[in-house]
Design a protein around this ligand. Structure first.
Ligand SMILES: NC(=O)c1ccc[n+]([C@@H]2O[C@H](COP(=O)([O-])OP(=O)(O)OC[C@H]3O[C@@H](n4cnc5c(N)ncnc54)[C@H](OP(=O)(O)O)[C@@H]3O)[C@@H](O)[C@H]2O)c1
Length: 215
C-alpha cells in the first residue's frame, strides 16, 4: 500500500494526509470545491501529495479515507472504490447533518450507511473519536507503555487488519469494537468519544457505552 486517497481534506482529512506523508505514503487529496482550492495544503505536504477530484482520489488510493460531513456521504464515488478498503471517519451531528431517521431511531449506524452506499467496498470505521489536532501529536512508537488506542469497527477482518497496521504505523494501538453495527459504541456522547484512552481503558468504555434511547 503506497497511496492514500482522501475524500475530504478538512480538519480530519488534512491531518490524516499529514500523518500519511510523514510515514512515507503518497496522498491524493480532494474536496468539494476542486483541486485548485487545495494548493496550500499540497504545498505544505510536499512532493508526495497532489490534489484531485474525489473520483480521481478514489481511483488513485490503495486505501481511501472518507472524511466529509456525514450529510454528504452519498456524494462519495461508488464504482472507483469497488474492492477497496475505505476508512470512514464520520460522525452524526443532526445540527450539522440534518435529521437522518435511521440514525435517530438507531436502526443503523453511520458507517453502515456508508457501507450500504459502497456495497463493493470494505468499510472500516476509524479516526472518528479523536480530535483532529491530536492525530499528529498523540501518536507514539509501537510498544510505548500507555500508548493511546483508537477503536475500529468493520465487517471484513482482513480490511480491519490492514487498518490496524496503518494505525500502528501512525502511532496508535487499536481496539476492535467488532462489526460495523457495533460502531455506535464509539459514537458521539459515548464514554470513549474524545478523551485519550489506552487500549484497556477504551475496551471498558466500549463495553460501558449506551444507546441514545437508554441514556
Ligand atoms: N474535526 C474533528 O476533530 C473530527 C474528529 C473525528 C471525526 N470527525 C468527523 O469527520 C468528518 C469530517 O470532519 P471535519 O472536521 O474534517 O470536517 P471539515 O473540516 O468541515 O472538512 C470536511 C471536508 O469534506 C469536504 N467535503 C464536503 N462535502 C464534500 C463532498 N460532497 N465531496 C467531497 N468532499 C466534500 C470539504 O470540502 P470543501 O471545504 O471543499 O467543501 C472538506 O474538505 C465529520 O463527519 C466529522 O464529524 C471530525
Amino acid at each position: 500500500m503506497k497511496t492514500l486517497g482522501l475524500i475530504g481534506a478538512g480538519h480530519i482529512g488534512s491531518q490524516v494526509a499529514r500523518l500519511a506523508v510523514a510515514h512515507g505514503y503518497n496522498v491524493v487529496i480532494s474536496n468539494s470545491r476542486g483541486p485548485e482550492t487545495l494548493t496550500a495544503l499540497v504545498k505544505e505536504l510536499g512532493p508526495p501529495a497532489r490534489a484531485a477530484t474525489p473520483v480521481e482520489a478514489a481511483k488513485a488510493g490503495d486505501l481511501v479515507v472518507v472524511s466529509v460531513p456525514l450529510k454528504n456521504y452519498r456524494d462519495v464515488p461508488v464504482e472507483p472504490l469497488a474492492g477497496k478498503i475505505v476508512i470512514d471517519t464520520n460522525n452524526y451531528y443532526p445540527q450539522r447533518d440534518g435529521h437522518i431517521p435511521e440514525l435517530d431511531n438507531e436502526s443503523t449506524t453511520t458507517a453502515e450507511l456508508l457501507q450500504a452506499h459502497l456495497p463493493k467496498s470494505k468499510v472500516v470505521k476509524a479516526f472518528n473519536h479523536i480530535y483532529a489536532a491530536e492525530l499528529t501529536t498523540h501518536g507514539q512508537p509501537t510498544g510505548t507503555p500507555n500508548r493511546r488506542a483508537l477503536a475500529i469497527a468493520g465487517d471484513d477482518p482482513s480490511a480491519k487488519a490492514v487498518v490496524a497496521k496503518l494505525l500502528d504505523a501512525f502511532g496508535f494501538d487499536t481496539v476492535d469494537a467488532g462489526p460495523l453495527k457495533e460502531g455506535w459504541r464509539i459514537q458521539r456522547d459515548t464514554p470513549g468519544y474524545g478523551p485519550r484512552r489506552t487500549a484497556s481503558e477504551l475496551k471498558k468504555d466500549l463495553a460501558a457505552a449506551k444507546r441514545y434511547r437508554d441514556m
